[in-house]
Design a protein around this ligand. Structure first.
Ligand code: SF4
Length: 374
């Protein structure tokens, strides 16, 4: 077993200064050219930070500018209605972020005169802005030495410090925040905050870090001990709960019925095919079970197609849905439909749009029933 300095000896102030110098130089020479790095507008930086949560940079690059084109200022976003915001967010996932960003914009417009506070403490009063996002906005937009620690920064620090205790490798561990504050305080917080995150995202990656090109390898205890692949310790992944649904594709003439998801829970407020929970034991699905559920749930007589359109699997962060899309027809005479649980329903023309967000899951289901392929 290679030797390594004890977990609990922090990196010295001198090391933090040396890291700040090396990171500043490296970031200036080789940082990725990302569109949100060209602005100092705190609102635009806030939007980018929210979009980047749990989402790949390449995906956010497709959404960030169009979102700002539609909602160019915090006041415009605050004045928009929620459906417009969800519509613009459609496909980006984690829709709760969009709802909180919208709520946050209303708070900033109403309580802060439209200007984001400069200090992390003030920023944290905004709905949806946690410790990390507050640190990111304060440091990147306002050049304040406010720490920010995400999984990338925690991993970089755990390796630099040679931290082998799994409980101290987590982004919530306080010593990472002290480290980040120390590094940011030793130079330009705006540059160093981005440099630390960039290092974790592009060089000090979870698997196979590129230590040979790392600007701070001379200061890295994990590297010195040959432990860079063992830190951080692999997480014990819990099995995600699985849920099973029928997705009813009910047509009346050329129109298709969509329902708005409830205001809480996954895909809250977004449009989807009407879903009915089913027991997993019924194999690939049971037409009569769906017919009973659908007719009781919507109160419309319908005729089901003979077979379902396969199974659509959708993976959320902590759960997995298996959906059986099943096509059905209602009589043209049917006008009013009502979900027994009060969810909003809408008949949509082929290729038509509904006002509000349409998540990726709905697009997958529509593709499965041959309704829309984009
Ligand atoms: Fe990460 Fe390797 Fe750099 Fe250490 S030397 S910080 S393990 S990339």
């Amino acid at each position: 077993m290679p030797s390594i300095a004890p977990d609990r000896s922090p990196l010295s102030a001198e090391t933090q200064r040396a890291l700040a110098v090396a990171l500043t130089r490296w970031f200036g020479q080789g940082a990725r050219d990302l569109p949100w790095r060209k602005t100092r507008d705190p609102y635009a930086i806030w939007v980018s930070e929210i979009m980047l949560q749990q989402t790949r940079v390449e995906t956010v690059e497709r959404y960030w500018k169009p979102f700002l084109d539609r909602f160019p200022t915090v006041e415009v976003l605050a004045a928009a209605d929620r459906d417009e915001v969800l519509e613009q967010w459609s496909g980006l996932g984690y829709y709760r972020r969009a709802r909180l960003l919208h709520e946050g914009a209303r708070y900033v417009a109403g309580e802060c005169g439209g200007a984001l506070p400069e200090a992390a403490r003030g920023l944290r009063a905004i709905p949806g802005v946690g410790r990390y996002t507050a640190g990111a906005i304060a440091s990147i937009a306002f050049d304040q030495p406010e720490a920010l620690v995400d999984g990338n920064v925690a991993r970089v620090h755990a390796r630099l410090a040679g931290t082998r205790e799994p409980s101290r490798q987590d982004a919530k561990a306080e010593h990472h925040w002290e480290f980040a504050a120390g590094v940011l305080g030793a130079g330009s917080p705006r540059i160093l905050a981005q440099a630390l995150m960039e290092l974790g995202a592009t060089v000090c990656t979870p698997r196979s870090p590129s230590c040979e090109v790392c600007p701070v390898h001379d200061h890295c205890r994990a590297r010195a001990a040959g432990l860079e692949s063992e830190i951080p310790a692999p997480k014990q992944r819990k099995r995600s709960p699985e849920h099973h649904f029928y997705a009813l594709a009910l047509r009346r003439g050329e129109k298709l019925l969509l329902e708005r998801r409830p205001e809480t829970g996954l895909l809250a407020g977004m449009w989807c095919l009407p879903l009915f929970e089913r027991r997993a034991e019924s194999g690939s699905g049971d037409a009569s079970a769906l017919l009973d559920l659908a007719q009781a749930g919507i109160g419309v007589p319908m005729r089901l197609s003979e077979d379902p359109d396969g199974v659509v699997k959708h993976v959320f962060t902590h759960r997995v849905w298996h959906l059986i899309p099943w096509q059905a027809r209602a009589s043209r005479a049917v006008r009013t439909v009502k979900r027994e649980d009060g969810r909003e329903l809408a008949w949509v023309e082929k290729g038509g749009v509904v006002r509000g967000g349409v998540p990726t899951l709905t697009r997958k289901l529509l593709r499965a029933i041959g309704e829309r392929s984009e």
